[in-house]
Design a protein around this ligand. Structure first.
Ligand code: AMP
Length: 469
């Protein structure tokens, strides 16, 4: 039977960048994408536009460093660039869906890079298709291009406003039309985007680590609902989108963003340490040492060590040359990948009572594989700690999560999960504890833990309704 929680389109994780007003626009986008590689490892692409209005594009499957070399970058002439890294599931993995999308709009190139998932993309697609639109990709983002092209507004700014106001869900969007860049975030601001300056050039990127790598100064976040227009280094604010309560993704702070970035106005490293400190208060353990499941849990484990007084050890070593555990299609494959990805330092584990801190538990496959490895290395007691609450509901706003049925926290109690993992104790950070740890920031989207979806799930509701007739 078809799973009603499954949307029949790709779920995507992405990183985006745009550079306006630099003779080295392609190189800068490449470096920024290199820093954003953690946001998407499946495809990478850059579009450039030169001063005569000519566009160039290069896209490929794989990592940024594999897709681009000096020769390719050298050919991407232009003073404006838009770049995108992408990871997607549910059948969307092909070069056809790689971004930026590039089309010819009237007499100008139009390039688009999108981070987030639209929750009404199927509805929009159906109605556009009825009116004669032909789609070239499965990506949500293509509807935006059609909405702009079909808008009856006379001027371009109005057409963009018209298109954006029909979108529901999550979008941090970089759009270039001719020599102009538009940067915008949905009114709830689910996904991040920052603005920086490098000399005369203006740079937009998903995270500040992308500004750091090119030496650009952080100027500010693009605000939820804001529509910025950049031309010749001049930044103008257009009419904002209708306001809505901010719903910034808290999972960015837990897992997705890099710890050296500032996201939602706070240091990701500091947020994770605060989660770890609170976890130690809520779930202490009588143990010999604490260590992280590297790398996403390092800061949280340091926070746990700080409050518990347990020494922090580097007892799990991660092989950095292995792709994501999520990529493997079968359970057997995924278990094997845990062993390929992590190896314990036997001397630090053998005969010890250990606290293992992970940032999140999604399917529970990584953790159960890890516990087996640690037992094999002689761990006497394993106390598993998770620096976020149980993930119970899938994300429809741009974090790749499995279906509800595959989320171990949606159908099992903490005690059942403890038994499944075969550990002496299991403790998750509480929802209140997590909110308190970042109380100076937000408001946040916590849908993956609470099931409270701020933006309507238009396509999902429709597909559920169709299932029941
Ligand atoms: P699981 O085996 O499904 O429980 O995976 C949990 C591990 O995957 C945690 O260590 C997280 O660091 C990591 N993780 C959490 N969310 C994601 C995601 N969206 N994509 C890839 N890895 C993730």
């Amino acid at each position: 039977m078809r799973n009603v929680f499954e949307l029949d389109k790709p779920r995507e994780e992405c990183g985006i960048v745009a550079v306006s007003g630099s003779g080295a626009a392609a190189e800068l986008a490449f470096l920024a994408m290199y820093a954003l590689q953690h946001r998407g490892q499946e495809s990478a692409g850059i579009v450039t536009v030169d001063e005569s209005g000519k566009s160039r594009v290069h896209k490929g499957m794989g990592l940024v460093a594999d897709v681009f070399d000096d020769e390719v970058l050298g050919a991407l002439e232009g003073t404006l660039s838009v770049g995108h890294v992408r990871y997607s599931t549910a059948g969307g993995s092909s070069l056809r869906n790689a971004q930026p999308l590039l089309v010819q709009y009237e007499d100008k190139p139009l390039a688009l890079a999108h981070n987030g998932n639209l929750t009404n993309a199927n509805q929009l697609k159906r109605s556009l298709a009825r009116d004669g639109s032909i789609f070239q990709t499965d990506a949500d983002s293509e509807v935006i291009v059609h909405l702009i092209a079909r808008s009856r507004h006379r001027d371009l700014d109005g057409k963009i406003d018209d298109a954006l106001s029909q979108l529901v869900g999550a979008f941090s969007l970089l759009l270039c039309i001719g020599d102009t860049v538009y940067a915008t975030r949905d009114a709830r601001g689910f996904r991040p985007m920052v603005m920086g300056r490098l000399g005369e050039a203006v740079v937009f990127a998903s995270e500040t680590c992308a500004l750091d790598i090119i030496g650009a100064a952080y100027v500010r976040d693009v605000e939820p609902g804001e529509v910025l227009k950049v031309r010749d280094g001049h930044v103008e604010s257009l009419r904002p989108l209708p306001p809505a309560e901010t719903s910034a993704c808290l999972f960015e702070l837990v897992y997705f963003a890099r710890p050296d970035s500032r996201v939602w106005g706070c240091s990701v490293d500091e947020a994770r340490r605060a989660f770890g400190r609170q976890l130690a208060r809520e779930h202490p353990a009588d143990a010999d040492c604490v260590f992280a499941v590297p790398d996403s849990s390092n800061s949280a484990a340091l926070g746990y060590s700080e409050v518990s007084g347990l020494p922090f050890e580097l007892a799990l070593i991660r092989n950095h040359y292995v792709g994501r555990t999520f990529i493997h299609p079968t359970q057997r494959g995924r278990d094997f990948k845990v062993r390929v990805k992590y190896n314990p330092v036997r001397e630090l584990v053998d005969g010890k009572r250990i606290v293992v801190v992970d940032d999140s538990l999604v399917r529970g496959t990584t953790s159960s594989g890890l516990v087996r490895l640690l037992r094999d290395s002689g761990a006497r007691e394993v106390h598993f700690r998770v620096a976020s609450p149980p993930v119970r509901s899938p994300c429809y706003y741009g974090i790749d999560m499995p279906t509800k049925e595959e989320l171990i926290g949606s159908s099992h109690t903490v005690e059942e999960i403890r038994q499944h993992l075969q550990v002496e104790s299991l403790g998750y950070l509480s929802m209140d504890g997590m909110r308190d740890a970042v109380a100076d920031h937000g408001p946040f989207c916590d849908a993956c833990w609470t099931g409270n979806y701020a933006a309507p799930l238009v396509d999902l509701d429709r597909s559920r309704a169709l299932q029941t007739v």
